[in-house]
Design a binder for this molecule. Sequence first.
Ligand SMILES: C[S@@+](CC[C@H](N)C(=O)[O-])C[C@H]1O[C@@H](n2cnc3c(N)ncnc32)[C@H](O)[C@@H]1O
Length: 345
Amino acid sequence: MTNDVQSVLDTLFYPFQSGILACPPESRVLFLNAHMHEGLQAMAEAQLTLHQYFMPEAVKLKQNRFSSVPDIDDIEGEFDLVLILLPKNLVEAMGFIAKGLQCLKPGGMICVAGGNKTGGNRIAKHLQEFGIEDTQNETKNRARVVWANVDTYNETAVKRELGLYKPRNIIGGAFVSYPGIYGWDKIDKGSSLLLNHISAAEVKNVADFGCGYGYLCADASEKIRADMWHCIDADWRALEVAKTNMHAYGNDNCRYYWSDITADEPPVQGMDIILMNPPFHEGQKGDPEIGNAFIRSAFKALNKKGELWMVANNHLPYERGLNEHFSSVEKLAEEQGFKVYKAVK
Ligand SMILES: C[S@@+](CC[C@H](N)C(=O)[O-])C[C@H]1O[C@@H](n2cnc3c(N)ncnc32)[C@H](O)[C@@H]1O
């Protein structure tokens, strides 16, 4: 978890921890985009329903004995209190607010927090778009928390926003993607460059580490013939659409893993080839540690003589991590702000 997310969480729970608002033990509470926080622990007596699609955060909740669900469509019921940690993406943010309103009992409270640079200053305006005018707020830690008791809301706006926060066609129908996942509505330049450099091959097992909506693995499957494709991502929503895209490319020989690649053990073993375009500022690990954790995991997951094909931003120092583990490391390209490597175990 980044410091920014921690600050927004501190701000979200501030009204409850300071006594401005109360959450009685019998309350039914829904937390969308739930993250672990001491304020959540203080609500443990309430009936909690938690939603989290990003595996490292879901794991942290689980380690503290809180279960969570990744899909908002699996959440039903009437809640006294809905908490929302506002995501950056606007479609996702509006979708979460719409879902929260739909799940509130009449007179229930919605309480939303966001960072000043990531939409916090627009929360009251978002709520107005759903017909909620009477809000209160506090500003703290470069973040804002806004809350309101809700008797009625604009149901048409709720339906519209829930309809928008769904998998949909992107790039003229070339792929299906989910608003809110990494680079959800475009082709990643780094992945596109990596595709230009990978060689044709026929192997048993290929993995895409951090597959996103599946652009890299779907296109690569036209060059690399494999008995089985293994698509791995920490974002549950990415896998939902990667399945659709791999199927559209004629690949039904696929396994999907909702996993944290930076965890101690890789989610797969015995790979002949791993493709990867690792993230560099997501989750809890700072830049470039997350990419190095991906490299270590790929090394463990590859067969003897297995190949890692990797693209990364130019400024990230991955050569050391690659050379430390792999017997040969070749830089295939350095262009458009990226480096492409082939490393053999
Ligand atoms: C740069 S994107 C690559 C996307 C995809 N390969 C493409 O070509 O469009 C990195 C991906 O890594 C995923 N990711 C981030 N942290 C992760 C983690 N700890 N474990 C697994 N996947 C992770 C993100 O959700 C994102 O989809």
